[in-house]
Design a protein around this ligand. Structure first.
Ligand code: SF4
Length: 439
């Protein structure tokens, strides 16, 4: 009888994609997906290290799984991903959770079958957190959907923003060859996928480490020619590397979706410098203006860190002012938490957590107002949606996304999942829109 695996994914889209690779590896080894941890022979948690909350979640999950292991000594428990890639976190996991069989880092995926076999034979925890950027090319992917897919184009990051752990856990930038990406994109199109989302910590630096002179905009231009693909999305864009050539291909490429996720992180030049972001608020606002002027109906979303060490009321007010001026469709704002190894972890921080919470609340109020206003502009307009299936909260309602990545709920007598449909917007809300299909 086939063994079963249960995989839990925390964190970002790159991790979700890594989990699709892990699933394919396990299925090639003969494992089948389990419906829950209780029926699994192998449980893997694919962890995130960018924020503290997902790290705390790993501890609570492992605590729960200890009980399962007590009742089933054959159960294998593994932890992979960004948290386990860090030497001190791997040490902590090994010492604190004796029932862990395997700890593997972000670079270990090509070696996973061998690691699982070793862990099955050994009494002590097997650990592989080598910084060996083994070639991932050729590893299969078990796509979790049938009409939209993740497609990584560049791994790692060279930017060393002072708050961010990514360069330490994902390594230096490595662009995939354009040929490999195009082959994969064509295969996806041939299998009926309509939408791909190109992934990279900074997609804008795609190609800088390749021998040719290919740029990210060149890659988008090639992808735009693939028959069968209808939508090409990408994330994340570092503002400092966003070229005019890129704005141009998003404007002209009919398959390239008009959405930029462009994290600003702060609106204060002093804090931006401490964050090592290498742009100013003036540069950023100018860039936003340039994108909005060039591309009709474009949407821009952002990430913002509140309460970075040393952030004073004036710095916060500069961020609030930038949010009012940039008019993001949406901004994902978080309270700063120090991450080990990063430069900012050593910075002096005199602001109380309560003050940071209040700033976050004030910023969210501004952003929610802007989001609602921008959504209202779409009322009575007809937009194209890629229908994604039933809404999370109401199975009677279906959900889809516009090219600009806005969530729209609609009712239809037939299941529209996986289809491109036209919908007339009837109601604008802060987080989503409501529409009616038009024939
Ligand atoms: S660009 Fe900065 S925030 Fe983004 S992954 Fe790289 S270091 Fe982290």
């Amino acid at each position: 009888m086939n063994k079963k695996y249960y995989l839990i994914t925390l964190g970002c889209q790159m991790n979700e994609h890594d989990s699709e690779v892990i699933s394919a590896i396990l299925e090639n080894m003969g494992y089948l997906a389990a419906m829950g941890p209780e029926e699994a022979d192998l449980i893997i948690i694919n962890t995130c290290a960018v924020r503290k909350k997902p790290e705390d979640k790993v501890a609570s999950l492992l605590g729960k799984f200890a009980a399962l292991k007590n009742n089933n000594s054959g159960l294998m428990i593994a932890v992979g991903g960004c948290m386990s890639q860090q030497v001190d976190a791997a040490k902590y996991l090994k010492e604190r959770f004796h029932h862990l069989d395997l700890i593997f880092g972000t670079h270990a995926l090509p070696r996973l079958p061998e690691l699982i076999r070793r862990a099955a034979d050994k009494k002590e925890t097997v650990i592989d957190i080598k910084e060996d950027y083994s070639d991932r090319e050729g590893l299969s992917v078990a796509h979790s959907g049938s009409f939209k897919a993740w497609l990584p184009i560049i791994y790692g990051c060279n930017n060393y923003c002072s708050y961010c752990v990514v360069p330490y856990v994902r390594g230096r930038e490595r662009s995939r060859s354009m040929t490999d990406i195009l082959v994969e994109a064509r295969e996806l199109a041939d299998h009926g996928f309509l939408e791909i989302t190109l992934l990279g910590q900074n997609v804008n630096s795609y190609g800088q480490d390749l021998p040719g002179n290919e740029t990210f905009a060149d890659l988008l231009a090639e992808l735009n020619r693939i028959k069968g693909l209808e939508r090409v999305r990408f994330m994340t864009s570092h503002p400092k590397d966003l070229s005019n050539q890129l704005i141009d291909i998003v404007r002209t490429g009919e398959k390239i979706c008009e959405h930029f996720h462009l994290p600003v992180q702060s609106g204060s030049n002093r804090i931006l410098e401490m964050m090592n972001r290498r742009y100013t608020r003036e540069y950023y606002l100018n860039l936003v203006g340039k994108i909005k002027t060039a591309i009709e109906g474009v949407s821009i979303t952002s990430d913002i860190i509140i309460g970075f060490p040393g952030e004073e009321e004036d710095d916060f007010l500069a961020t609030a002012d930038l949010v009012k001026k940039a008019r993001f469709e949406n901004a994902f704002s978080f309270i700063y938490a120090p991450r080990k190894k990063t430069a900012a972890a050593a910075f002096q921080d005199n602001t109380t957590y309560r003050e940071k919470e209040l700033r976050l609340q004030r910023l969210n109020e501004i952003q929610h107002q802007v989001s609602k206003e921008l959504n209202s502009l779409l009322t009575d307009q007809t937009v194209e949606l890629l229908a994604e299936g039933p809404s999370k909260n109401d199975p009677e309602v279906q959900a889809g996304r516009t090219r600009t990545n806005k969530l729209v709920h609609f009712r239809s007598p037939t299941d529209q999942t996986g289809k491109l449909i036209k919908v007339k917007i009837t109601e604008a809300r802060t987080w989503n829109l409501v529409g009616e299909p038009v024939s």
